[in-house]
Design a protein. Structure first.
Length: 166
């Protein structure tokens, strides 16, 4: 396991791999990261992640206009996620996927909408594939199993909201 931590900027680079003694991958060396960004990159033997002290781009309680096109980031062979807004009951996250990247099947306890901004993906809901393109909006109720594979470089906006308490 290899790793690097820079405390004053709260940047942490970690590497999990099948064999020990590796360095930070070349495509991440010298990469400039904003403290609002989370990056995951995969190669055959190694999975790298860069975790930031995630602060939303938009402060809850104040108005702000954001250009999604300008805020979307991509990493070679990776997934970049950026929290735009976080409130007590919701969260809005902007994702940039390199072509071929995927999220394995998982669930969420929250309501979710996904809006495809650019590119295309295969989105699996309860095991059923759906080819999504820019302009498509998908809704998932809580606990719905889902997965995704980017068929081209793509960007999407995920909105999560907590279910109402009974």
């Amino acid at each position: 396991m290899a790793g690097l931590e820079i405390r004053n900027s709260r940047l942490k680079i970690c590497a999990k791999e099948k064999r020990a003694g590796s360095e930070t991958p070349r495509h991440l060396v010298g990469y400039s990261f904003n403290p609002l960004t989370h990056v995951k990159a995969r190669s055959r033997a190694v999975r790298y992640c860069i975790n930031m002290n995630e602060q939303p781009l938009i402060a809850s309680g104040s108005e702000k206009v954001v250009s999604l096109a300008e805020e979307t980031r991509f990493a070679p062979n990776g997934i970049v996620s950026r929290t735009l807004l976080r409130t007590e009951n919701s969260r809005v996250v902007l994702f940039g996927f390199a072509a071929g990247q995927e999220l394995t099947e998982h669930t969420s306890t929250q309501h979710a909408t996904v809006q495809i901004l650019t590119g295309q993906c295969d989105f699996f809901l309860s095991g059923k594939p759906h080819a999504l393109k820019p302009g498509d909006l998908l809704y998932m109720p809580p606990n719905c199993p889902h997965a995704l594979k980017a068929t081209s470089q793509m960007a999407m906006l995920l909105t999560l909201s907590k279910p109402e308490k009974n």
